[in-house]
Design a protein around this ligand. Sequence first.
Ligand code: NAP
Length: 336
Amino acid sequence: MAIDSSIPAKMTAVAISSPGGPRVLKAERRDVPQPGQNEVLVRVRAAGVNRPDVQQRKGAYPPPPGASDLPGLEVSGEVVAVGEGAVRWRPGDAVCALTNGGGYAEYVAVHESNALPIPHGFTFTEAAAIPETFFTVWHNVFQRGGLKAGEVLLLHGGSSGIGTTAIQLASALGATVIATAGSGEKCEACVKLGAARAINYKTEDFVTAVKEMTDGQGANVILDMVGGDYVARNYHVAAVEGRIVQIATQAGAVASADFSRLMMKRLTHTGSTLRPRTIEFKGQIAAALEAQVWPLLASRRVAPVMDMIFPLADAWRAHERMEEGDHIGKIVLDVG
Ligand SMILES: NC(=O)c1ccc[n+]([C@@H]2O[C@H](COP(=O)([O-])OP(=O)(O)OC[C@H]3O[C@@H](n4cnc5c(N)ncnc54)[C@H](OP(=O)(O)O)[C@@H]3O)[C@@H](O)[C@H]2O)c1
């Protein structure tokens, strides 16, 4: 193992002291992890905050077996040590990476295939805001949903971290995006990012608005993080041969829907969760992103939308901000 002698034995990390509100996030001293087979050790400079971290903190989204108990699914930083068999990175390389948890810390070990170069010109805080939403959107919208240029994407949660990424990627790749969001300000942000139309779901019915906008045809792909009564409404607003991709069920995991619509329109309703997938699977997404999306990042055609940055020790404030729901885009921790 190639190792930098300046790596300390202990590090500061923010842990979930017990399931609960944001204040259960507490800084503590932990052993610096050792990079395993095909892993690299990253000195973390910034870590992205995602809704699944909030769910984990509440005890509603336990880490999969073998994963770190620390929150944090994405980081940016410098490689400081290279484990057995890892060949792609060398100490000093600047990377951003999807982690198997453990991002809220000064050091994290990641599989080399789940790390990507920091796109040219991006800061560490911007780079830490990329992996989780880009991996999720790439897999669910383009691979699972099969969105193609010229098709219509209906995207719920348009101003979320996931939503702001999906709007930019789908419109850059030639789709028409219609987003839903919960305020005028959030709708404006969606349009600025490239949505053809944004619907304030608190004042307008998205089924009527999308039907009007598409001359009654509906949306070819729907990315849904809401669930609940959106399931039936998505069936209503989907186009013939439409694909509905469920990535969360924030308004309820149990729903009733008119399945005759699913049959008559030959809909596909699918879904996935990224975290429990294998390292190899995530590595394949990383390779696709590097080939097809990294050039869009390098030219700044797409970029993470930065909401607020908090110091690592104030991770609880970052979670409070996310739970208040006023954020647009990504919240990031500066690890220093
Ligand atoms: N399946 C996966 O692999 C995967 C991976 C990453 C994230 N996710 C999920 O994707 C979602 C977004 O993640 P994120 O990190 O981007 O979080 P985020 O920025 O906090 O976004 C949450 C979004 O959900 C919307 N929302 C919540 N409840 C709603 C409701 N009842 N009706 C309509 N909209 C509602 C909010 O919209 P308004 O503020 O406009 O109300 C907000 O835009 C989360 O649910 C997360 O768990 C899934």
